[in-house]
Design a protein around this ligand. Structure first.
Ligand code: FO1
Length: 316
């Protein structure tokens, strides 16, 4: 396989679990992660970037891997003190996690662009791979629900994704542009992988950044998607409900249909092997593997299977 980076379109925890396996099959210096920023929020005056932080923390080996987000062994002294001052303390920040948000907010207020601050954090925390935001421009994932018009974190954390979702939309998306470095990484990439993240709420925003879909589809022959669903169910979270809200069939076939113009490979969970021929008929090369990424070996196996699909001779 030629030189050039392996680029991964990534959301949060599901993508991070996958990346932990990927960096066991490629040199971590070859990895460029393009992270979703639709989940980002200003919280008590601090700029939080959950998906960028989750990916960075997992790659750096400092993530709380049981909870999924935040830092291993973190304390919540400041959080508990805040909860004593206001009932609007539903988004929990650990004390060491707080340093990340203080650093990023200070740098943004000093005029540094988000991609620059994200690179500084990845470097200082020891991720040893590049982490890029999908855009430096502000984009917010919002949901029209029966509990009102909510920011994604209000829906996901405060309301615990209980409200039924009528529509998902993004503010700022039309004016957004891919962050500097993304176009170069995509055209030089030896492989582009779509991580097993929520196609509606995590991969969707990345592909909605004007110009991004064109960049990925130009590299379609080198792009492989990993199914985030197993027998129509997400490992956890509101993935199915959110896919329905976006009119996407909530199973691996629906995901394959969504990505068919931009990916040539698809890694399908063994439980969905019966869908393999229908997905191959869409023009994909298909690998069937257990995709539950609860351990490192499984994540490594899925990553290897995705890259192997690109080594196969072009499908007849
Ligand atoms: N998720 C929760 O369910 N509750 C929280 O209090 C919470 C805080 C939090 C702080 C920093 C961070 O980076 C992530 C955090 N998350 C929390 C997870 C976050 O809502 C999700 O990881 C993503 O936004 C969805 O991928």
């Amino acid at each position: 396989m030629s030189a050039g980076p392996v680029v991964v379109l990534a959301g949060g925890v599901g993508a991070a679990r996958f990346l932990r396996g990927l960096v066991r099959v490629i040199p971590r210096e070859d990895l460029v992660v393009i992270g979703n920023t639709g989940d980002d929020l200003w919280w008590q005056g601090l700029y939080i970037a959950p998906d960028l932080d989750t990916v960075t923390y997992w790659l750096a080996g400092v993530a709380d891997e049981s909870r999924g987000w935040g830092l291993k062994g973190d304390s919540f002294t400041a959080q508990n003190a805040l909860a004593g001052l206001t009932s609007a303390a539903w988004f929990q920040l650990g004390d060491r996690d707080l340093a990340t948000h203080l650093y990023r907010t200070g740098r943004l207020n000093a005029g540094a662009p988000l991609h620059q601050v994200t690179a500084e954090l990845a470097e200082r925390l020891g991720a040893r791979s590049r982490v890029l935001p999908m855009s430096d421009d502000p984009v917010e994932t919002r949901l029209k629900t029966d509990a009102g018009d909510l920011h994604f974190q209000e829906y996901f954390v405060r309301e615990r994704f209980r409200p039924s979702v009528r529509e998902i939309y993004w503010t700022g998306i039309e004016a957004a542009r891919p962050a500097p470095g993304i176009a170069e990484a995509m055209s030089a990439a030896r492989a582009i992988l779509i991580a097993p993240s929520n196609p509606a709420i995590s991969i969707g925003p990345i592909l909605r950044v004007p110009g991004m879909r064109a960049l990925v589809s130009a590299a379609r022959a080198r792009t492989v998607a990993i199914s985030p669903l197993i027998q129509g169910r997400a490992v956890k979270g509101p993935t199915v409900e959110l896919m329905r809200a976006e009119g996407i069939r909530p199973d691996a076939l629906g995901v394959a249909q969504l990505y068919r113009e931009i990916a040539a490979g698809f890694v399908l969970d063994a439980a969905d092997a019966s869908l393999a021929s229908a997905i191959a008929a869409m023009g994909y090369r298909v690998a069937v593997r257990p995709t539950l990424l609860d351990d490192l070996a499984a994540a490594r196996e899925v990553a290897a299977a995705a890259l192997d699909l690109l080594r196969q001779p072009a499908a007849a």
